[in-house]
Design a protein around this ligand. Structure first.
Ligand code: RFL
Ligand code: PHB
Length: 389
């Protein structure tokens, strides 16, 4: 088989890139290790920047999001038993869209099926080859047979645990990372959210977040030690812990109910440099991870795809390599700013086992300052709604 761009991974990065390419007549194939159902069963991101929603529209996969997504003008930060609003729209003129990653993925998959794009699910042992030459190819197994796809370029959109980054010679890549000593225990429950906007809570017992997927489906998280086991968290314990970490009136307004999903996510910062190796390009979680506190992971996958798609489009229409040559530098400049913001949000809102009294006083001063300074609050807001591409 031959294609122009072989895409590894059918998450948001791979699907969005594939759709933009298909829409402009560039042939592409997506190779995905898991089944379609498995990809759709992963509950992850919930907050989309305007740049991300604009790309979904451009891809032709934005109509359900426009109809069912929840535009949010702000969110609350809770500390010292009180809630303080961050007026995103008042401070920046922008808003964010609350619309689940599962739905984004479903919309992109449906659009791909309608436009005849090729996706190969349950592709085993996908391997990129020859990306240091002008003739790369990808191999994989399916149905007990070995297959080969020759291509012009390979896009590694296969997430943090993917094969693309691991195929690069060790000396050619530099890794920057920080693991945090805690995870997020998250649940989904079919109960109305505690309020119309998200609440991020800093509490002596640890961080908590009230989010949502719709007017009838809530998403809640609590910070837990990294070694915590999901079996030790029956729903009752989760609801009790969540409510303890919220201001009294907010805790009393929480509607509880059986969880339909429950999992613990590790919290880490990670960046691989560069994001290009000859004709192999990394995009999304394959190249970088942020702690979810800033709601940036999926949005960074989208901005990578913006730069990569524009570069490929330029290559195919103008025979120019300039965009491809600039891809890694451009994408990383935005990635590092989101890394900084996500790291800052994480440090400001979580309890750290080794911070001690001094660390907590600094955290408190940071939050106090934030709500006494329009400049500081604007800096938070402009990062949260997303820096320009
Ligand atoms: P994905 O979604 O991991 O997709 C990669 C795909 O590649 C496949 N794959 C392979 N395919 C073939 N061969 C192989 N060898 C392969 N290895 C892997 C995988 O099966 C998968 O289908 O990466 P992508 O597309 O880069 O998208 C990134 C986002 O998923 C991620 O950044 C976000 O979910 C992060 N995130 C959030 N981001 C936001 O922008 N806003 C949020 O509010 C937000 N909240 C979150 C989050 C992530 C979380 N977790 C669980 C880590 C909340 C949580 C709890
Ligand atoms: C979510 O709804 O899953 C969510 C929202 C905001 C975040 C992280 C996750 O910062």
């Amino acid at each position: 088989m031959r294609t122009q761009v072989a895409i590894i991974g059918s998450g948001p990065a791979g699907l969005l890139l594939g759709q933009l390419l298909t829409n402009t007549g560039v042939d592409n194939v997506i190779l995905e290790r898991a089944t379609r159902e498995h990809v759709l069963s992963r509950i992850r991101a919930g907050v989309l920047e305007e740049g991300t929603t604009a790309m979904l529209q451009e891809a032709g996969a934005g109509s359900r999001m426009r109809a069912e997504g929840l535009p949010h003008d702000g969110f609350d930060l809770a500390f010292d038993g009180r809630r303080h609003r961050v007026d995103l729209h008042g401070l920046t003129g922008k808003r964010v869209m609350v619309y689940g990653q599962t739905e984004v993925t479903r919309d992109l998959m449906e659009k791909r099926a309608r436009s005849g794009g090729r996706s190969i699910y349950e592709a085993v042992n996908v391997r990129p080859h020859g990306f240091d030459t002008d003739r790369p190819h990808v191999t994989y197994q399916k149905g007990g047979r070995e297959h080969r796809i020759d291509c012009d370029f390979i896009a590694g959109c296969d997430g943090y645990h993917g094969v693309a980054r691991r195929s690069v010679p060790q000396g050619a890549i530099e890794i920057f990372e920080r693991a945090f000593p805690f995870g997020w225990l998250g649940i989904i429950a079919d109960v109305p959210p505690v309020g119309p906007e998200l609440v991020y809570a800093n509490h002596p017992r640890g961080f908590a977040l009230c989010s949502m997927r719709s007017h009838t489906r809530s998403r809640y998280y609590v910070q837990v030690p990294i070694e915590e086991k999901i079996e030790d968290w029956p729903d009752e314990r989760f609801w009790d812990e969540l409510r303890r970490r919220l201001p009294k009136a907010t805790a009393e307004a929480v509607t509880t109910g059986p969880s339909v999903e429950k999992s613990i996510a590790p919290i880490r910062s990670f960046v691989a440099e560069p994001l290009r190796f000859g004709r192999l390009f990394l995009a999304g979680d394959a190249g970088h991870i942020v702690p979810p506190t800033g709601a940036k992971g999926l949005n960074l996958a989208a901005s990578d795809v913006r730069y990569l798609f524009d570069a490929l489009h330029e290559f195919y229409t103008e025979k120019s390599q300039a965009g491809l040559d600039a891809y890694s530098r451009r994408a990383l400049a935005r990635v590092w700013k989101a890394e900084r913001f996500s790291w800052w949000m994480t440090n400001t809102l979580h309890r750290f086992p080794d911070h001690g009294g001094f660390g907590q006083k600094i955290q408190h001063a940071e939050l106090d300052y934030l709500f006494s300074s329009r400049a500081a609050l604007t800096a938070l807001a402009e990062n949260y709604v997303g820096l320009p591409y």
